[in-house]
Design a protein around this ligand. Structure first.
Ligand code: 26Y
Length: 804
């Protein structure tokens, strides 16, 4: 796909003239963006076709990553990088007087996900292709992505994200690959001529699933995999049934919006229908492809691996069974044997309220045949387990159907050969606590796959200043192999290198400061410590702990205006689920505190609070390179892994963290001295649960600092939070502080004080920052997906690959 700058310029002008009948001088950034996108698309399409042919000819086993969320962000720059076009295009455009950055700005973020889970899926897509692995994504093409967040009077307001309104240059609609997905109706089983039971359906609703394919381009390897997203339509044959606009609208609603709720699984028919829709469409298209290989159906597990990303696609299991039984004519035993071998499942949470359960009635009504199959899986599970265990109560706790509900995690576990957590601690907790019963039944299925990040996006693209220092210091091999960042350790006492790294950080901070000025009209100084907490707003992530520390700093300054205080800018980025009232309360409190502190002349700009609106992938790409301090302060045991912790470390931020999720592995990588650990351990949390001895009010009573900070929430110190301040106060004092914020406050403050002291010693700080960058290579998603490929999916990179 390589080309020269001159070739690019010629082709670009030609394409612009073909598409818009105009020259460069007259074209708008949008027209230029579309022209470049279309040129890129044509260029990688032949590689995409070739990749597909190669997989087909080699009959390579392929993995399919089923995820209800994908969060790619913008694709232009990363596609250019992976195509090895970035420099050529940048230089070519510059010659035409165009800044590539102005074009990439035009693209709307593809935000078909809420947070960590969706972003992980997209990092994996990049890595799977970059490692030359045959793996594809399968999901939903939501017409509206995650809501856009605005603050009005400090409150979060949600606006629709109409991301397709400006077109999407990367996707291709594949009408020929559409399939039907059926809902509702009645079903009964009848014997066919061979004495086999076959389902007979009445009154089903038939919908059309149309795939839109997006190329997932590997890093400089000519591999282009596929992310297939499904969109709903009314099939021609059914047109007459939906006469009114309203009837049509209810159908179209199926793939209209991404559910913005990652805090609790609410029973919602549309959500359940979404889950079945993309699962059924995806599995049908996999089986259809499999038949083109002309291999016997009972060997399908040798060619296909299906991954269930959290429980949302757990219906993969009964749907795959349905097709094997009803359409492929397998016996139950044969079908179950292949299903188990094909399926694998990742758990991303131990928060009980995010564990999906569906009322039986709802499932029965929407998916009658699927419900029958789930019932039979459950029945056989109970029968089989009774023979294995003495204690019958374990069956009650593990069966799929219980208390009128279908437990999706139980279904996913019982029907998969592999179950993994996403960080060492998380996977241990799954075995010992959360899924302990299942672990005792199927110990061999459990394993850990610590999350990873696509270093290409989060360093090469997002942080050009740092990348160029790295190139000059250790050469460019880290770009292909992030573990080579280790070589930076040889320079930890080299003041020239430390200065260069500091200069890069400075440049990124100036860049972020300019953005803050432009978007929020707040002036921040790049000399201050940039302290960053970016993630979904959740009580367990404890943005409140951060806020309490800020209030303490503010009160210290107020009480002693002339004392020394090292300047800090506290930066937040976070969306709250629209129905998550407490999370929204915290947003309001942070915004009002920001208003107070930022405008108080006594503060003299030593303290600034910036809550950036509409946190998303693109904003993360600007914030992360500019961060000095990375806040990873969830209550120990609650954050499955975290991935912003890895991105911030890679960009030289120093972490302040609890021993939770992947923070523990970050500590192991950098050493105790190069991270700031505070707070109680997961063991202490469980001890509190067991002994029931936690008393939040006692911290309020005995710690005058805590008392003073909490009073600020209710005594008018922070204006305009009468009800919100009270709510926060009550959550801590009246309802005994579910996430041990008060318990960890003192040790958090100490850790923050240590950070300030350390930052003042420039050289020491720079060295710690360097050590963090150097050790971030272990979190490369390339390595993570290779472990999935070897241990779980048993897929291999393309062996013979010739470029066309
Ligand atoms: C069932 C429904 C309410 C629901 C919807 C979305 C439940 C959960 C979610 C999303 C969960 C999620 O994003 N989990 C995060 O996954 C990351 C990738 O593994 C982890 O790094 C992070 O710790 C975890 O919170």
């Amino acid at each position: 796909m390589k080309m020269t700058k001159e070739q690019f310029i010629t082709q670009f002008k030609k394409r612009l003239s073909e598409k818009y009948a105009m020259g460069v001088e007259d074209a708008s950034p949008t027209e230029l963006y579309n022209t470049l996108g279309s040129l890129m698309h044509s260029a990688y399409s032949s590689d995409r076709h070739h990749t597909w042919r190669q997989y087909l000819l080699n009959k390579q086993k392929q993995a399919y990553y089923f995820s209800i969320e994908f969060l790619p962000g913008k694709l232009m720059a990363s596609n250019l990088l992976n195509m090895d076009w970035l420099e050529t295009v940048e230089e070519g455009l510059a010659e035409l007087g165009i800044d590539l950055a102005d074009l990439t700005e035009v693209e709307q973020d593809m935000a078909l996900g809420n947070g960590g889970l969706g972003r992980l899926a997209s990092c994996f897509m990049d890595s799977i292709a970059s490692c030359g692995l045959p793996g594809n994504g399968n999901g939903i093409r939501y017409e509206y992505g995650l809501f856009k967040q605005k603050f009005i009077d400090g409150h979060q307001v949600e606006l629709p994200d109409d991301w397709l309104s400006t077109g999407n240059v990367w996707e291709v609609r594949k009408d020929s690959k559409a399939v039907d997905v059926c809902f509702y109706g009645q079903v009964h089983l009848e014997e066919d001529a061979n004495g086999k039971l076959k389902p007979v359906y009445k009154n089903q609703q038939v919908l059309r699933a149309v795939p839109y394919d997006t190329g997932m381009i590997g890093y400089k390897n000519n591999i282009v995999n596929n992310m297939r997203l499904w969109s709903v339509e009314i099939p021609n044959s059914e047109e007459s049934k939906y006469r009114s606009l309203e009837e049509r609208r209810t159908i179209e609603d199926l793939t209209a919006v991404l559910y913005p709720d990652d805090s609790n699984a609410k029973g919602q028919m549309t959500r359940l229908a979404q889950e079945y829709f993309f699962v059924s469409a995806g599995i049908q298209s996999i089986v259809r492809y499999y038949h083109t290989l002309k291999e016997p159906i009972h060997r399908i597990h040798e060619y296909v691996a299906i991954h269930i990303n959290d429980t949302h696609p757990a219906l993969c299991i009964p749907e795959f069974m349905r097709i094997m039984l009803d359409e492929e004519g397998m016996s139950w035993e044969e079908a179950w044997a292949v299903t188990l071998k094909v399926m694998s499942y990742t758990n991303h949470t131990i928060m009980a309220e995010a564990m999906e359960k569906w009322p039986i009635d709802m499932l029965k009504q929407l998916l009658p045949r699927i419900y029958q199959i789930i019932e039979e899986i459950d029945r056989r599970f109970v029968e089989e387990t009774e023979l294995k265990v003495h204690d019958r109560s374990i069956i009650d706790r593990t069966r799929i159907i219980n208390h009128n509900q279908v437990h999706m995690a139980h279904l996913a576990i019982i029907g998969s050969h592999s179950i993994n957590g996403v960080a060492k601690l998380h996977s241990e907790l799954l075995k010992t606590v959360v899924l302990h019963d299942f672990y005792s039944l199927y110990p061999a299925r459990f394993n850990n796959k610590t999350n990873g990040i696509a270093e290409r996006r989060w360093l090469q693209l997002a942080n050009r200043p740092l990348s160029s220092v790295l190139d000059k210091t250790i050469g460019t091999s880290w770009r292909d192999n992030p573990e080579d960042l280790q070589q930076l350790l040889n320079y930890q006492d080299d003041q020239k290198v430390l200065n260069a790294l500091a200069a890069a950080k400075r440049q990124n901070k100036e860049n972020l400061a300019a953005l803050i000025k432009k978007t929020q009209d707040i002036t921040v100084s790049p000399d201050a410590i940039f302290d960053v907490q970016i993630k979904r707003l959740h009580a367990y992530k404890r943005q409140l702990l951060n806020l309490m520390h800020i209030i303490k700093c503010y009160q210290d300054i107020k009480n002693n205006p002339d004392s020394e205080f090292y300047p800090r800018v506290f930066i937040f980025g976070a969306k709250a689920a629209p129905s998550y009232a407490y999370a929204k309360t915290i947003i309001k409190c942070i915004n009002e505190t920001a208003n107070l502190v930022n405008n108080d002349p006594d503060v003299k700009d030593r303290l600034k609070i910036v809550f950036l609106e509409n946190y998303n992938v693109s904003l993360a790409e600007v914030i992360i390179p500019a961060a000095d301090v990375s806040e990873q302060i969830s209550l120990a045991s609650k954050e499955a892994s975290g991935t912003s912790n890895m991105k911030l470390m890679l960009n030289g931020a120093v972490t302040i963290a609890t021993l939770d999720g992947a923070n523990i592995e970050i500590r192991d990588a950098v050493g105790e001295e190069n991270i700031n650990i505070f707070g109680i351990t997961e063991q202490e949390v469980y001890d509190y649960y067991e002994s029931n001895t936690y008393s939040a009010v006692s911290y309020f009573e005995k710690d005058p600092v805590i008392r003073r900070v909490l009073e600020a929430f209710i005594d008018g110190t922070i204006p305009n939070i009468q009800s919100e301040g009270r709510e926060v106060f009550d959550s801590l004092i009246r309802y005994n502080d579910e996430f041990f914020v008060l318990r960890d406050f003192e040790s958090y403050v100490k850790a923050q004080e240590k950070i300030t002291e350390c930052y003042k010693d420039k050289r020491k700080w720079q060295k710690i920052s360097l050590i963090n960058i150097a050790n971030a290579g272990v979190f490369s998603a390339d390595e993570t997906v290779k472990r999935y490929a070897d241990d779980i999916w048993q897929i291999e990179p393309v062996t013979e690959y010739s470029s066309k």
